[in-house]
Design a protein around this ligand. Structure first.
Ligand SMILES: [Zn+2]
Length: 98
């Protein structure tokens, strides 16, 4: 039971490689929650083409060109205001909270 099928192992390795490539291209790999800065309102969104963008109300969906930078474990630095933004817990969408 503990033996993993070599085919499955290969599939998982391929998937991880694909996720890395997608990330390098700027495509959101869906491996974490989308970020929203509580200080200035800059938020991440995924465009129709799968690209990760950042936008602000009222121009939702309009890419600002800014990207959150990793800042320690599960934390990011807001590119607009420079404040620390922690990743929301999995499954909790900021839009659902209101
Ligand atoms: Zn901010």
């Amino acid at each position: 039971m503990s033996r993993i099928d070599p085919k499955l192992r290969k599939l998982v390795a391929d998937l991880v490689a694909l996720q890395k490539r997608a990330k390098a291209l700027g495509i959101f790999a869906n491996d974490r929650e989308l970020l929203e800065c509580p200080h200035c309102g800059l938020m991440e969104d995924v465009a129709a083409n799968g690209m990760l963008i950042t936008c602000r109300e009222p121009d939702l969906g309009l890419d600002t060109g800014l990207r959150f930078k990793p800042w320690g474990k599960r934390a990011f630095r807001c590119p607009a205001c420079g404040k620390k933004v922690t990743e929301p817990p999995p499954g909790q969408c900021p839009e659902d909270a209101s």
